[in-house]
Design a protein around this ligand. Structure first.
Ligand code: CP
Ligand code: NVA
Length: 320
């Protein structure tokens, strides 16, 4: 079998760059990454070996739980010829108070890239500012940009493109909603976010998105009416009502979100060929009914698989 060590040089230079939030990247840069993800997926499916990151190591810091992010990054770096090392903050000296800046400088001497999942976006920024290697945001309380890259790849696969597609996000104005609003704004996709009063996406982020949208042609709408948001949508997306770290708010949130379940009644308002997306993990019977997530409109497992392909593209571009 042929082992391909090289990739063709990218039209955009991303080597050494961090990936902390989607607005660090332009339309062309995100398009390039998604294109590369499609290509790497094809290579993977045809059994072609591609080792552009031979001998490189990705450190994966986790302060929150994960199934998809951990396994897709660890498998992804291995498939690219490198290796991943799992670093739980319970075991790192970071968890015992070692400074973030010192950790960043030390890890930069051993690793070729860091992926971090934690609570604070400011901490990820501080890590990146003090590291001399690329830092990738694997989810914070504010953003989940890797998930949105996979979502964009999935939407391209299912709808054939992004421009002019209408995505309705129904549920909590959380890290997923924030990143989806920014991703849609950059890529020229229309997005309507429906959340109850008090749970709307971050205002500073939606304002930033509106500015970007003015140039890209995207339409951004924030509403408290899920039925209005779902109208003629191409994509309906939801996420858990209580994110990691909000477990003690679960009961209050179940009450606040009771009219925001994605079920067949809501889907009926969207286009006939509507696609259902969810970043997972999902709570059937809460934010989504079982018949929707397990039904014919749902592509959630294709979406989850794309985390692997798109993050391989990201690592290839940033760590190559
Ligand atoms: N969607 C997602 O990030 O899943 P994990 O929490 O399992 O990584
Ligand atoms: N909003 C969810 C996403 C999980 C992938 C959380 O932060 O827990």
């Amino acid at each position: 079998m042929m082992v391909n060590m090289k990739q063709s040089s990218p039209p955009v230079e991303l080597s050494g760059k961090d990936f902390l939030t989607l607005t660090d990247y332009s339309y062309s840069e995100l398009s390039y990454l998604i294109e590369l993800a499609h290509d790497l997926k094809k290579k993977q499916k045809s059994g072609e070996v591609f080792h552009p990151l031979q001998g490189k190591t990705l450190g994966m810091i986790f302060e929150k739980s994960s199934t998809r992010t951990r396994v897709s990054f660890e498998t992804g770096i291995y498939q690219l010829g490198g290796m991943g090392t799992f670093l739980s903050t319970n075991d790192l000296q970071l968890g015992r108070g070692e400074r973030v800046a010192d950790t960043a400088k030390v890890l930069s001497g051993y690793l070729d890239g860091i992926m971090i999942r934690t609570y604070s976006q400011a901490m990820v920024k501080e890590l990146a500012a003090n590291a001399s290697i690329p830092v990738i945001n694997g989810l914070t309380d504010v953003y989940h940009p890797c998930q949105v890259l996979a979502d964009l790849q999935t939407i391209e696969e299912v709808k054939g493109g992004l421009k002019g597609v209408k995505l309705a996000f129904i549920g909590d104005g959380n890290n997923m909603a924030n990143s989806l609003v920014l991703g849609a704004a950059i890529m020229g996709m229309h997005i309507s976010v429906a959340a109850p009063e008090g749970y709307l996406p971050d205002t500073a982020i939606t304002k930033k998105a509106a500015k970007i949208a003015a140039a890209s042609g995207a339409k951004i709408e924030i509403t408290t009416d899920p039925l209005h948001a779902a109208e003629k949508a191409d994509i309906i997306y939801t996420d858990v009502w209580a994110s990691m770290g909000q477990e003690n708010e679960s009961t209050a949130r179940e009450q606040a979100f009771k009219d925001f379940q994605v079920n067949n009644e809501l889907l009926a308002l969207a286009k006939e060929d509507v696609t259902f997306l969810h970043c997972l993990p999902a709570h059937r019977g809460e934010e989504v009914s079982a018949d929707v997530i397990d039904g014919k409109h749902s592509v959630v497992f294709q979406q989850a698989e794309n985390r692997l392909h798109v993050q391989k593209a990201l690592m290839t571009a940033l760590m190559g």
